[in-house]
Design a protein around this ligand. Structure first.
Ligand SMILES: CC(=O)N[C@H]1[C@@H](OP(=O)(O)OP(=O)(O)OC[C@H]2O[C@@H](n3ccc(=O)[nH]c3=O)[C@H](O)[C@@H]2O)O[C@H](CO)[C@@H](O)[C@@H]1O
Ligand SMILES: C=C(OP(=O)(O)O)C(=O)O
Length: 417
């Protein structure tokens, strides 16, 4: 298994270009199942999760062709309605084929996504919403089996604004008979990106970007061409890299309007930030200051930036209290950060971080995607050499991270184990 090695302590300087968003590309790829014909997707990031999604859709009969700067997705004929265990276990977002499959072929058989490092992550809200639309659901041998003759519009109130749950229900509703209203819908910008792709396919959706989505079902959808939004979490991670190395970085092609909570917190922590259209210039304005953060559904501070922000706080002056409200086990990076000398005490869903003068490089092990990013950041900010093991987690969600960081001056490389 590959590892990433970092010789830390170099302030990053230069420009970095943000890739397409993983969490928008995955539901949009799933949504291509809704319409026979050839779709064109632009700005698709080159990530392990995208390769897994292509395998999963390929298994259902979808064909792909690489275009210069894009991907052609041909969903003309579906030959299966099953998402097998082997593919679902490596990528939870595989569950996103459930809504489109019941909408297009009236049935789906999906391996139940298991618990993972960051929490239990059940899909009860996806299933309850689909049942309200007339889908018969049974659980057998670790698989969800879903069948429906005709999807019916419904009024759905989500107990929690689940991101992929909202996406699954939206993708089912666009081809249902009549009107569907999804209340307490998640408002993450990637859902708006999916909704805009669905509109380009001919769907009738009102309330995009809000917590009430109203969908008037249509008889059929047609293939569409769409450019995937840039990745706000990747952009936030490069902000953190500039902060922890006391560097000066320009982040280009950033989804600035969706980064408000993140930019506000970094500014409060003492970074100098200026924004020009889709570019963010960030430089360290003296010392970092400990600030408190609480993760929340969008537009609050994203849980997918919690580990990276915590890492920056390990070198700030004073104390920072970090509260995780979305996932019950998302502090797996703490024990590894402590190996580099961080002072962090966890109690329930709160981590109290007392800034230290310096971190020292050490071998560490990545446990999930954003934990991996946080360990890379810690390595960049530490004295001496850090080795991050189990980088397959990182490759799920960051395109060419060591190449992009090297171009900013970091001493970072990948070694084959
Ligand atoms: C592919 C993708 O877009 N992944 C993102 C998505 O994950 P995902 O869509 O899995 O996250 P959810 O919004 O569904 O989960 C939020 C919380 O709701 C709970 N829950 C969810 C569904 C359900 O049926 N029942 C239930 O109890 C979960 O266990 C969790 O505690 O949103 C998360 C929260 O912003 C991000 O961290 C992930 O990067
Ligand atoms: C938790 C994440 O992804 P996923 O939902 O795909 O596991 C993430 O992107 O941080």
């Amino acid at each position: 298994m590959d590892k990433i090695v970092i010789a830390g302590g170099v302030p990053l300087r230069g420009e970095v270009l943000i890739s397409g968003a993983k969490n928008a590309a995955l539901p949009i790829l799933a949504a291509t199942l809704l319409a026979p014909g050839r779709h064109t997707l632009l700005n698709v990031p080159n990530l392990a999760d995208i390769r897994t999604a292509k395998k999963l859709l390929g298994n259902l009969g979808v064909h792909f062709q690489d275009l210069s700067g894009g991907l052609e997705v041909d969903a003309s004929e579906l030959t299966s309605w099953e998402a097998p265990y082997d593919l679902v276990k490596t990528m939870r977002a595989a569950v996103l084929v459930l809504g489109p499959l019941v909408a297009r072929v009236g049935r789906a058989r999906i391996s139940l996504p298991g618990g993972c490092a960051i929490g239990a992550r059940p899909i009860n809200l996806h299933l309850k919403g689909l049942e309200e639309m007339g889908v018969k659901i049974t659980l057998q041998h670790g698989y969800v089996e879903a069948t429906v003759k005709r999807l019916e519009g419904a009024r759905i109130i989500l107990d929690f604004p689940t991101v992929t749950g909202t996406e699954n229900l939206l993708m089912a509703a666009v081809l249902a008979r009549g009107k569907t209203v999804i209340k307490n819908a998640a408002q993450e910008p990637e859902i708006a990106d999916l909704a805009q792709f669905l509109q380009a396919m001919g769907a009738d959706i009102q309330g995009i970007g809000s917590d009430v989505l109203t969908v008037q079902g249509v008889k059929y959808l047609r293939p569409a061409s769409y450019r995937i939004m840039p990745d706000r979490i990747e952009a936030g991670t490069y902000l953190a890299a500039a902060a922890i190395t006391r560097g000066e970085v320009v982040i280009r092609q950033a989804p600035v309007e969706h980064l408000t909570a993140v930019l506000d917190k970094f500014a409060e922590a003492g970074l100098r930030i200026s924004v020009d259209h889709d570019s963010i210039k960030v430089s360290s304005g003296g010392h970092l200051i400990g600030v408190d953060v609480k993760t929340l559904p969008y537009p609050g501070f994203p849980t997918d930036m919690q580990a990276q922000f915590m890492t920056v706080m390990t070198l700030a002056r004073g104390v920072s209290v970090i509260t995780e409200t979305i996932f019950e086990k998302r502090f797996m990076h703490v024990s590894e950060l402590k190996r580099l000398g961080a002072d962090i005490v966890v109690s329930g869903n709160q981590a109290v971080v007392r800034g230290v003068k310096s971190l020292q490089g050490a071998p560490v092990m990545a446990t999930d995607l954003r934990a991996s990013a946080s360990l890379i950041l810690a390595g960049l900010g530490a004295r001496g050499q850090t080795e991050v093991h189990r980088v397959y987690h990182l490759d799920r969600g960051y395109e060419r991270i060591e190449t992009k960081l090297s171009a900013l001056g970091a001493n970072i490389w990948r070694e084959k184990a």
